[in-house]
Design a protein around this ligand. Structure first.
Ligand code: ZN
Length: 455
């Protein structure tokens, strides 16, 4: 008997978490944080399963919506190994400690948990996060291993971000074996910095869990977006304004720096143009990327006019200058150092804010992108006079075409079922129709906490 429980990223994008029961033992795939106004409160609820009953865990990649609740699993009694690639472990160590510190600080101040709940609660602290990091065990791409007799696991490259994997699990079931493929987040076939998924990889899974985030959509051309971004930057600098780019710490920051460096090399952006990376977390992640990518090209995204802002005081001073490019977290402008830049910078018509990532409902980033003329930045009311630009082409997630390329590598005739996950329900339905077009008709959009027996 094999049973899979969908404890997150089922009819939602975030909170990726699956509990798999088998006759050979039980395991968890991903243990992510729910993010966003409608689902954040779920992080405070106990699990519908007993974490102590999981023998091991598999982590597809470091993003917090896949990894961020591993310390809650630890706190709930889980003591097994957490298998992940080396780069996923390095980045997760940073993100988990960062998340625990933010929670601890808010808790001490008596502030509610997260950004959208009213409850003062501490899901886990730095001790739990640190103990969790000791459970990690690194694995290599494409090396099959057997965490328990009768359960074989193989991580395969997914693109998306450094270290990200899809995971193939083959489980002994009665007299035979069943193969389940967990997509994790699927990268784009064209990715500027890291290797993407291998289109030649062959497999014959019985069941597939596949990301459906972008439904039937196809991303705009990334290069067109980059070209436009450089044009907007130059227009802003010429007017004497500042350019603020809210960024995500992992991958997006490094990609945008790579774009700016390329523009400098091609003479499209002044070589002396100061660029500030004003996010302590993004700086630490950048060091991991630099070490990982060294050997291919040492300076993929560093250049002479790039500076790392260290102290918060220096960050406050920056806003008062002119003609600067400032990258700061968070990517959806719902926390981090970008907030004080926006507090002072939004009111100035010479400035430009450039969004290079997905802006979830309920975030300040989304309000600005939707054209709000007056916004609350933390507790201050601010008039929006700055130019607001948003690009869709920078996504680290694949689009509908990439998802199809990902699944068509497999022997899809053998598929017994395909579960559509990591998406709102309407997007999953839209992608379901795309799957029909390529002859994959056995599919299911699971509910949160739904349990399915794989027969
Ligand atoms: Zn991800």
């Amino acid at each position: 008997m094999i049973q899979i429980g969908f404890h997150g990223a089922a009819k939602t994008v975030t909170g990726s978490n699956y509990f798999i029961k088998t006759d050979n033992g039980n395991f968890v795939v991903d243990c992510g944080m729910f993010q966003g106004p409608d689902v954040e409160g779920r992080n405070l609820e106990p699990y519908a399963y007993n974490p102590a009953e999981a023998d091991f865990a598999l982590l597809t990649h470091a993003h917090i919506d896949h990894s961020g609740m591993l310390p809650k699993l630890y706190k709930g009694g889980f003591r097994g190994r957490i298998y992940a690639t080396n780069h996923t472990i390095q980045i997760s160590n940073l993100l988990l400690m960062d998340s625990a510190k933010i929670q601890e600080n808010n808790f001490k101040l008596g502030e509610p948990y997260g950004k959208y709940t009213n409850q003062v609660a501490l899901v886990y602290n730095t001790y739990d996060a640190e103990e969790t990091t000791h459970l990690f065990e690194s694995v290599h791409f494409e090396d099959e291993f057997e965490p328990l007799p009768g359960i074989k696991v193989k991580f395969i490259r997914a693109g998306h971000i450094l270290g990200a994997a899809s995971i193939e699990v083959t489980i002994k079931d009665g007299d035979g074996w069943k193969k389940i493929m967990f997509s994790g987040d699927i990268g784009r076939l064209q990715s500027p910095l890291i290797e993407t998924f291998d289109t030649e990889y062959k497999s014959d899974p019985d069941y597939v869990l596949i990301e459906s985030l972008y439904g039937s959509e196809v991303h705009p051309n990334r290069n067109d977006n980059v070209e436009d971004m450089i044009k907007v930057i130059n227009e802003t600098i010429e007017k004497g304004g500042n350019v603020f780019i809210p960024t995500f710490s992992v991958q997006r920051t490094q990609e945008v720096l790579h774009d700016l460096k390329t523009a400098q090399e091609e003479g499209k952006l002044d070589k002396d143009q100061p660029v500030w990376l004003d996010s302590p977390l993004a700086q630490k992640v950048s060091y991991i990327y630099l070490t990982a990518l060294t050997g291919k090209d040492e300076a993929l995204f560093t250049f002479d006019s790039l500076r790392f802002v260290k102290k918060a005081k220096q960050s406050y001073g920056l806003t008062k200058q002119k003609g600067q490019i400032i990258l700061a977290g968070s990517g959806m402008a719902d926390g981090g150092r970008i907030m004080h830049h926006l507090q002072t910078g939004l009111d100035n018509p010479k400035n430009t804010i450039i969004f290079v990532g997905y802006q979830a409902d309920g975030t300040l980033g989304r309000e600005l992108k939707d054209g709000a003329k007056e916004v609350m930045v933390e507790k201050t009311k601010v008039n929006v006079k700055a130019r607001i630009v948003a690009y869709e082409g920078f996504s680290a997630h694949g689009d509908s075409e990439d998802y199809k390329a990902w699944i068509q590598r497999f022997n899809t005739d053998k598929l017994k079922n395909t579960f559509l996950i990591h998406a709102e329900e309407d997007r999953a339905e839209a992608f379901d129709k795309e799957l029909d077009k390529i002859g994959i008709t056995k599919s299911h959009i699971p509910d949160w906490k739904e349990e399915v027996k794989l027969s």
